[in-house]
Design a protein around this ligand. Structure first.
Ligand SMILES: C[S@@+](CC[C@H](N)C(=O)[O-])C[C@H]1O[C@@H](n2cnc3c(N)ncnc32)[C@H](O)[C@@H]1O
Length: 229
């Protein structure tokens, strides 16, 4: 693997796009099937947004699910193969857009009731910047939903310290050509990041895996609390 950094995150997703599509289509990630997919849909529906931006939409499953429930959804992702697949499946508007380019293109003129990031905040600086620019894309309810790996259950034997980690994609049928880097944030860091970007945390949900009885993820529901100029 290349050095773990924000560039190698997107590089690895480009290499792994076909394997990821197969993994999602074949429902190979059990925790998604039994807990986390439903948990993020329920969290969003309980706030009734009319429009939402699905940031890092991948092959677009969440965009499609929300679109089916009558929400106007746009999905963006930095990996063209994933976005082409999402477009072919339909059920929403999809656009190739790296997080780094959101404010430098005309996309910055869009406004949404809410933004969702479902397991898509993987980098370091790219994620810090993204969370800080999301308020400029919000209107009305100004909500942000983040579902991510639970810091406590994901930490395993490693120190509970922020830092780069690697996903080796073991136990899946699809062959992933590259290890995927991602940046581990402890709970305190997530809370500080949201607060410093001007968000108040309305709720923190910890969806529990029915068999393991451990949190399968953590969901932050946050609301931007500053005046938008
Ligand atoms: C684990 S997948 C999640 C996809 C989708 N949200 C889902 O729930 O299946 C992470 C996604 O984040 C995207 N991503 C990560 N960093 C990105 C960046 N800097 N710009 C654009 N997309 C990025 C990847 O391309 C990938 O599709």
């Amino acid at each position: 693997m290349l050095n773990p950094n924000d560039e190698s995150v997107i590089h690895s997703w480009n290499q792994n796009a076909q394997a990821w599509i197969a993994t999602i289509e074949n429902e190979e990630i059990e925790s998604r099937k039994v807990v986390t997919n439903g948990a993020i849909i329920d969290a969003i529906l309980s706030y009734s947004p009319n429009s939402i931006l699905d940031v890092g939409c991948g092959e677009g499953w969440l965009t499609r699910e929300l679109n089916l429930r009558g929400i106007e959804v746009t999905g963006i992702d930095g990996v063209a193969v994933l976005v082409e697949n999402a477009k072919a499946k339909g059920g929403g508007k999809f656009l190739v857009l790296p997080y780094e380019d959101i404010t430098t293109t005309s996309f910055a003129n869009n406004r949404f009731d809410a933004v969702v990031c479902n397991f898509s905040l993987l980098g370091k600086g790219s994620v810090d910047n993204l969370v800080n620019l999301i308020p400029s894309l919000l209107k009305n309810n100004r909500l942000l939903f983040i579902q991510t790996l639970h810091p406590v259950t994901t930490c395993n034997q490693q120190p509970y310290i922020d830092g780069w980690r690697q996903e080796f994609w073991t136990g899946l049928n699809s062959q992933f050509p590259e290890v995927t880097p991602w940046y581990f944030r402890k709970l305190e860091t997530w809370v500080n990041l949201l607060n410093s970007a001007g968000f108040s945390i309305l709720e923190c949900r910890e969806p529990i895996h029915p068999q393991q009885q451990k949190p399968a993820s953590i969901i932050f529901v946050a609301q931007y609390n500053r005046i938008i100029t």
